[in-house]
Design a protein around this ligand. Structure first.
Ligand SMILES: [Ca+2]
Length: 220
């Protein structure tokens, strides 16, 4: 019996080490939608400004990069100083942009990402009509406990206080009733917390390890 335990224990430890780091990485590939026609001005009134009207947001992995995609109802104006399109990566749902661990955005024809230590790096991007893709090295997201996104599209008139703003975020569930929230309806978010399967596998391997350790003490 002791010999079997001696064989099993190292295998289990290696298995546990393999499972835990996988489970520690949140799902970085998410997508969600936002209602069309919900852009507001600086006073909160609904305005027609399709170039900042977010309709879809997506992140996907490509090689060593994580791509941040935003689609708007009109055209992406990332080349203009008057427009900005931002992605705020948050570790907790329903927190503010001030809590962002990574900020990804474009404005004035320059795409960048900023990490928590406020270092700002220029990065590559693509714009095709209504779609913006900003690519960020995957290393930037190492060690995150969870992955949620708050997005913001913003137009600022350079000569007046007028602004047009739309936001969309990954954590909102479809509304329970048939009445959508005013000005902002986010549907089909598939942003999940740590998958339960990972938690179950981890708890299982810890339990078996503890049992074996107890057994080992008893047998030696
Ligand atoms: Ca919208």
């Amino acid at each position: 019996m002791a010999r079997i335990l001696n064989l099993i224990l190292p295998i289990l430890i290696v298995f546990g080490l393999m499972v835990v780091p996988v489970n520690a990485h949140p799902d970085l590939e998410i997508s969600f939608e936002d209602a069309e026609g919900d852009v507001i001005d600086e006073e909160g009134y609904q305005v027609n400004h399709p170039d900042v009207d977010i309709i879809e947001v997506e992140t996907y992995l490509e090689g060593e990069m994580l791509n941040f995609v935003m689609r708007v109802a009109g055209s992406i104006r990332g080349y203009s100083d008057d427009y900005s399109y931002m992605f705020y990566v948050l570790e907790e749902k329903e927190t503010t942009i001030g809590e962002a661990v990574v900020t990804v955005g474009i404005g004035g024809g320059q795409a960048f990402y900023t990490t928590e230590d406020l270092s700002k790096e220029e990065t590559s991007y693509e714009v095709s009509e209504s779609e913006l893709i900003i690519s960020v090295p995957i290393d930037v997201f190492e060690g995150l406990s969870d992955f949620h996104i708050y997005t913001l599209a913003n137009y600022r008139d350079p000569h007046t206080p007028h602004r047009a703003i739309d936001n969309a975020y990954s954590w909102q569930e479809p509304p329970d009733d048939d009445v959508p929230p005013p000005n902002d309806e986010v549907l089909n978010g598939d942003d999940n917390d740590t998958p339960w399967i990972g938690v179950i596998v981890t708890l299982f391997s810890i339990s078996v390890a503890v049992l074996l350790k107890k057994g080992k003490k008893q047998f030696f």
